[in-house]
Design a protein around this ligand. Structure first.
Ligand code: AKG
Length: 305
């Protein structure tokens, strides 16, 4: 795994102006969000999120080539090993674990002493955390939400293709995520994703406050809708299927209806990160800061805090 020191990809040559940093005290006070100045890629993404609940762009246009190369080098062994390990899977997955191989969060299992399993500890030098906690990305998420946010989960998924996959299961079905009315997720494809690789799909305008928020409105707990009901309610132009080359990056309000991972012909590999409101205390991992915490930009310290 790459360990590229404490570079936080604050700027890149094509950016018009770097984002400003919120002051320490603003960040320390939960909810004291100050809108940051955004570059063009960020602004376009926030506008798309506000209009439709989803923004799609190419990774390199936001983060630059260097982080892309680091991330790719980091994920490639996982892709090779998982391809090898899943070469002879059966015709149908027996559970979601056989459908999505998770690199960072393996099934926690049970401990004989009855205690909760330890949370995994990630280094802030890992590429996926540099992506998930980059101020370039965090400022998009925070600007859309109009508040500071906290990173709840990061993971890398290898979705195993099953050519004879019949019924859609779990997140392959249309659903609203339960964590928050406006939970924001970011997905970065690390393989080319066509129709056969189980692309992410979204209903534009289905997040809370959007034109389809009446359709099985958000509530605590997963909200599923039958495809036939969704088809009847949603205009075809509001159905978005995100196919694209590796590097395709999706920022999405998954309180809106979405589904994905119905892979039939080829695997799909992506990183996923989840952002929740500032009062969120739960987090699915621990962090190794290497003594660099105080040098992180304030909104990064907050999102990781
Ligand atoms: O695998 C996908 O594309 C969908 C993921 C999803 O539904 C989720 O993370 O909530």
């Amino acid at each position: 795994m790459s360990s590229g020191g404490s570079m936080w990809y604050m700027s890149r040559p094509l950016l018009s102006r770097p984002p400003q940093s919120a002051s320490e005290s603003e960040v320390a006070a939960v909810g004291a969000f100050v809108r940051q100045e955004l570059n063009e890629v960020q602004r376009t993404a926030v506008e798309a999120l506000e209009a439709d609940g989803i923004a799609v762009f190419d990774f390199v246009t936001l983060f630059g080539e260097e982080l892309w190369r680091d991330a790719l080098a980091d994920v490639e062994p996982f892709i090779r090993e998982t391809e090898e390990a899943t070469r002879n899977v059966g015709e149908q997955p027996r559970s979601k674990d056989e459908l999505i191989v998770r690199r960072l969060f393996h099934s926690p299992g049970f401990r004989v002493d009855g205690k909760k399993p330890e949370k995994p500890r990630f280094s802030i030098r890992e590429p996926w955390l540099k992506i998930a906690a980059s101020p370039l990305l965090v400022d998009i998420v925070n600007s859309y939400r109009g508040q500071l946010t906290r990173l709840y989960e990061v993971d890398e998924w290898f979705t195993v293709p099953y050519p004879r996959l019949g019924e859609r299961i779990a997140s392959q079905q249309w659903h609203r995520d339960p964590e928050n009315e406006h939970v924001v997720k970011v997905f970065v494809y690390f393989t080319d994703v066509d129709e056969g690789a189980g692309p992410f799909e979204y209903v534009r305008g289905s997040s809370a406050g959007g034109r389809y928020d009446h359709l099985r409105p958000w509530a605590d707990g997963y909200r599923y809708v039958e495809p036939v009901d969704l088809d009847a309610a949603v205009a075809p132009e509001d159905r978005l299927t995100v196919t694209g080359p590796r590097g395709t990056t999706i920022v999405c309000d998954t309180g809106g209806f979405h589904r994905g991972g119905f892979a039939l012909t080829q695997p799909r590999v992506l990183t996923t990160s989840t952002y929740l409101p500032p009062d969120t205390r739960k987090r699915r991992f621990k962090l190794e800061y290497h003594g660099e915490q105080s040098s992180l930009p304030p909104q990064v310290r907050f999102v990781l805090g």
